[in-house]
Design a binder for this molecule. Structure first.
Ligand code: NAD
Length: 472
């Protein structure tokens, strides 16, 4: 694949540009460095139409053959990971090595999902009758992805949807369209025309898609606020829906931890990708016996972590991905300052037009402060003291979100007991950010609706069909 500066959509198996373009900004300096097509309504119609047509044949392709093409798509992504990583860094901001890991991970994800098969449940097989429930594809999927893990989160949708026999029109975030468009180019000759259309555009394209009558299901990853609009839009014609939304994840650190052992892991569980992770630790509850020691360790790590342009050697954390998010994070920081919260700042940030925010630990703020109550989605981590387990579980659960959580303790039985009381879709014990293609992922409460990944994620792209066969 030619990683030139020519970004086209993929519609009906062909590279397509648009009458107007959207700017793509490098968040490390704030400069427009490229452009992506701004899909028109007519082009969206054409993409949906081509997916509808392709569905008629793709659904009949044996699953083994569909899986083989997904495997090929995984190979293609793995082969391009190193070249694509630099483009990823320019549009997303994450340091090159970690960018490459995301693209490699997406390739491996395609391989892993290609091995999955939907079940067939037999409820009776007697002389009188055979009854079984099988799973059939839904049709054309409207897939919408965010900017924090643009390649990975697109592949979380593409792989199971196509394996199941659906076709798809996928839209990346306007902030990070380029790697996804290149992925479309890469897959153009692998999948038959119309099976995977990839389009890009500005803020108006998402609502146009979710309102489009040609889709059978919406698979959406993004903020809870947008998720609510998507759900409203889907209600008009009862489109199937999966929503992967925001989180305000709590981690609970018990007094028996070895702080030296856990500090690095806790730090990167909160700040990796400059804290722009739906399942990052966003509220850190620490037992009072180890609070000061852990706070000082995290502060020391923060001082030593280089924040800067992801293309520079030694950079560990990049900028905030876009100006809109940068302004939100700065607003939270200003609020914390205005309320005299104790802030511990990490290493210096680069000067200039980049969207950099210093790693900031907020030392035991009140529970009702905005930095605790809101999803920061940026490098501001409130650390909160506790002395009573029941009380801290209540505080951890006292939120509309329910995505993930973590418990840190040498006593894993005790930690599991706490995990079972957390109202979240995922809980990690003495680890974090570990997500797998074979394990269900989804949010409780306002963090989501339905699941991705694992067998449940695959079946979200299928409908059960029970077949009753009378014998003799
Ligand atoms: P966002 O909701 O602003 O945008 C997500 C996508 O939706 C983008 O492609 C955007 O163009 C599109 N969009 C915007 N308005 C729309 C509308 N009215 N109708 C249809 N589509 C619309 O989210 P974001 O800022 O890109 O991503 C950050 C958020 O995503 C955070 O809240 C984060 O926690 C969440 N997130 C969740 C998961 C998860 O799996 N649960 C994963 C990553 C990010």
């Amino acid at each position: 694949m030619n990683l030139n500066d020519n970004y086209e959509m993929t519609i009906d198996g062909k590279g397509v540009t648009a009458p107007s373009m959207i700017d793509v900004v490098n968040p490390a300096n704030g400069d427009v460095f490229s452009q992506a097509p701004d899909c028109t309504k007519e082009q969206l119609d054409a993409a949906v139409e081509s997916s509808r047509k392709a569905f008629k044949t793709w659904r009949k392709v044996p699953i083994e053959e569909r899986a083989a093409l997904l495997k090929k798509a995984g190979d293609a992504l793995l082969a391009q990971a190193s070249d694509m990583a630099r483009l990823f860094t320019r549009e997303q901001g994450r340091p090159v090595e970690a960018a490459e890991q995301e693209i490699m991970g997406a390739g491996q994800w395609l391989h892993a999902v290609a091995q999955m098969r939907p079940p067939v449940h037999v409820s009776e097989d007697s002389d009188a009758q055979h009854i079984e429930t099988r799973y059939v594809p839904l049709g054309v999927i409207c897939a919408i992805a965010p900017w924090n893990f643009p390649v990975n989160l697109a592949v979380w949708k593409i792989a199971p949807a196509l394996l199941a026999g659906n076709t798809m029109v996928l839209k990346p975030s306007p902030f990070t369209p380029l790697c996804t468009l290149k992925m479309g180019e890469l897959f153009r000759d692998i999948f038959p025309p119309g099976v995977l259309n990839i389009i890009s555009g500005g803020d108006s394209l998402g609502p146009l898609m979710t309102a489009h009558e040609g889709f059978d299901k919406i698979s959406f990853t993004g903020s809870t606020a947008t998720g609510k609009s998507v759900m409203e839009s889907a209600s008009k014609d009862l489109k199937r829906l999966t929503l992967e939304l925001g989180g305000n994840d709590a981690a609970i650190v018990l007094p028996d931890v070895d702080v030296n052992e856990v500090a690095q892991k806790i730090f990167f569980g909160a700040f990796f990708n400059t804290a722009q992770i739906c399942v990052a630790t966003k509220r850190l509850y620490v037992h009072e016996d180890v609070y000061d020691q852990l706070r000082d360790s995290l502060a020391a790590i923060a001082k030593g972590v280089k924040v800067g342009d992801g293309t520079e050697q030694g950079t560990v954390l990049g900028p905030i991905q876009n100006k809109r998010q940068y302004d939100r994070v700065m607003n939270l920081l200003d609020d914390a300052k205005a309320n005299d919260l104790q802030l511990i700042e990490g290493a210096d940030i680069p000067e200039g037009g980049g969207y950099f925010v210093p790693v900031t630990i907020v030392d035991n703020p009140p529970e009702d402060s905005r930095v605790v109550q809101e999803e920061a989605f940026g490098p501001i981590l409130p650390m909160l003291k506790f002395d009573d387990i029941d009380d801290v579980i209540e505080r951890a659960n006292d939120t509309d979100y329910g995505l993930a959580g973590a418990v840190w303790s040498k006593d894993t039985d005790k930690a599991v007991e706490i995990a079972h009381q957390l109202e979240t879709g995922t809980v990690w014990i003495n680890q974090n950010l570990n997500l797998r293609p074979d394990t269900t992922f989804g949010g409780h409460k306002q963090s989501g609706f339905g699941s991705e990944n694992g067998m449940e994620g695959l079946l979200e792209f299928m409908a059960p069909q029970s077949v009753y066969v009378a014998k003799a």
